[in-house]
Design a protein around this ligand. Sequence first.
Ligand SMILES: O=C[C@H](O)COP(=O)(O)O
Length: 393
Amino acid sequence: MTLMLTSVASVAEAEIAAAGGADVIDCKDAARGALGALPSAEIAAILRAVAGRRPVSAVVELPHDPAAARAAIEETAALGVAFVKFALPATPDADALIAALAPIAQRVRLVAVLFADLGPDLDVLPRLAAAGFAGALLDTAHKGKGRLIEHFDIGALSSFVERCHALGLEAGLAGSLEAPDVPRLLVTGVDVMGFRGALCRDHDRKSALDAGAVALIRDLIPGGPARASGKGSALAANVDWSLVVGHGYLESRERTREIDHVFVRDLVIPVEIGAYDFERGRTQRVRFNVDVDVTRVSAGGDDMRNVFSYDVIMDAIKMILASGHIELVETIAERLAELVLRHERVQALTVQVEKLDVAPGAVGVRIRRERQAETAKVHNLFPGLPDAAEPER
Ligand SMILES: O=C[C@H](O)COP(=O)(O)O
């Protein structure tokens, strides 16, 4: 399950985020840059207002001096936040800092932010894990100079998430993420996606949060807490539950079983593939044909929430190929089916993977896979919190 983290600068914005179904309320002053801290008094006021309805995190602007860094984190942690985020400097003193923070990491959930646009050293991840950090979040430092996915391709983002998980770290992704990025990044299995700009008026991260923009992103991420309730709640009234049904959140008497077909046709990519020695260290052309059966939502309109993007299929292929040499076309086909089926609206798919350079024609495999009864994957970032509630009907 992926959580939606929403950066807020005030109590009023925290209320919009909570009402809009954000999973985590993140205290941050976007006017101060990528990781600007709010004053302690404002964080305390947000904590009081949220009153345990959601986990609240806070950004700390970390001084380079280890003793001062420890004091800054202790001060914010003492307010009662669920975790503390801070930018890990990409300098040689990062190691000294990590070591200095290790004792605090035993008591306080620490999340190190690495900047994808500043050439982060991902070899720091094992050291974060060894020091007891809770997680690592890949973000961008220079807002307005590219989305996260323009700095790290989907294969690299997927490897980041996998690497974090292998080390026992929670993984987060952020960085001028926009609505179309959401279904693409969900496939990586990331634990938390962080948003600010996409949730603001005119997508200006220094403007106020916009409830409609919050609702759009929330609807694109399956699960999550109940929205603001209430008969007559403007937000609840604005929710088109047919979209929610379309994302597999709930059954409805109006649920449609109609299927749309989204496909990628004749995509040819050079791939390092083959079980023979002579097939190693070189690429061969591989052709992909993928047909996906997607549950149709009944609402029309030019709305991101209504579509299953072919980008998800293309990204899944890139993620698999990013792992290096693969021996069998069957392996690619199975992995691709598994990744695409992670999208809740996908009911079934056919994957055809063909090698084009071993014979005059093509050789390969075609598989058909369907969604099985699902076992919920329990998320453990905030142990002790109740499970995500179903949206009110
Ligand atoms: O932690 C998440 C950030 O606040 C994301 O901000 P952004 O979406 O404006 O890059």
